[in-house]
Design a protein. Structure first.
Length: 291
């Protein structure tokens, strides 16, 4: 658990996206081997109610590839490019998540693992339950979802974590703060992290559960967040100080350059989310080493 003023936590982004395929069991195992404190992952809900891993609400051609239909002459095939919510678990399980399909920086540093399937949250919990690694579970929704859909999705995630005995080691993350409101009201044993970035803090935003964006720290506290998670580009010493004043630890994402890690640690942040856990400063920095 993050406590303000302790050792800086290391969070593996989507497992260790720069080193292994994102949101996969092999990626999580590698991140755990590298010594991360927390694995950050993303989840969606299949058409038949399974909580599955994946960053986008639509199956992304950047990191996913079709193999074969789940059954002969399936009219939904090919599946890549279709919404997760329109596909069953059986259909999703045919998709290969083990090879980066886009020629980008991650493809050049990530070890491909062809044949790796999309995992469920339950499978990720089973893998990590024997370890001490925590889970940061981001629910992929947006303001177009209804409140009922938010409630059903949040309950499904909370149920998986509870059945796996992982509630105490997990926190829910969301840009759509209605998830945090729902979790605070109906699943209070789960910690709640308020994600923010520039595009969710514009005037008239629909992301902050109806609250104005002029003071995101106060707004996060008002919706029952237990931590604030800003993108690194908007993280300042003042933001960190304001969050700590309201007893909100600060978890900064996604920080891949060692010099940025060092600078943010000096700001007094409580955790760093990175695609490259192997780049984190050693020994682990604490408040005693912060400027």
């Amino acid at each position: 658990m993050i406590t303000i003023g302790g050792t800086v936590e290391l969070h593996g982004h989507r497992g260790a996206r720069g080193l292994r395929p994102e949101n996969t069991l092999p990626g999580f195992a590698h991140a755990a081997d590298l010594g991360v404190d927390v694995i950050e992952l993303d989840v969606g809900l299949s058409a038949d109610g399974a909580v599955v891993l994946g960053h986008d609400q639509v199956l992304s051609p950047a990191n996913l590839a079709d193999t074969a239909p789940a059954w002969p002459d399936d009219p939904a095939f090919p599946y890549v490019g279709k919404p997760v919510r329109e596909l069953t678990l059986a259909q999703l399980k045919t998709v290969d998540a083990g090879v980066r399909q886009r020629d980008d920086a991650f493809a050049r540093t990530q070890r491909p693992l062809p044949g790796t399937p999309i995992p469920t949250l339950a499978e990720a919990c089973a893998l990590l339950a024997p370890t001490s690694v925590g889970l940061a579970v981001e629910l992929k929704t947006d303001p177009d979802w209804t409140d009922e859909e938010i409630g059903l999705f949040t309950a499904a995630v909370a149920d998986v974590l509870a059945k796996a005995g992982m509630t105490g080691r997990s926190r829910l993350l969301a840009f759509d703060w209605r998830v945090l409101v729902e979790a605070h009201r109906n699943h209070p044993a789960l910690r709640r992290t308020a994600l923010i970035e520039r595009k969710t803090l514009v005037p008239g935003t629909r992301w902050l559960a109806g609250l104005p964006p002029d003071d995101p720290v106060a707004a996060a506290a008002a919706v029952g967040a237990t931590a604030l998670s800003p993108e690194h580009a908007i993280t300042t010493p003042g933001l960190v100080e304001d969050a700590h004043t309201l007893a909100l630890p600060v978890v900064v994402w996604t920080v891949n350059a060692p010099e940025d890690m060092t600078r943010l640690i000096k700001y007094g942040v409580d955790a760093l989310v990175t695609d490259y856990p192997d780049r984190f400063p050693a020994p682990r920095p604490t408040t005693a080493t912060r400027a």
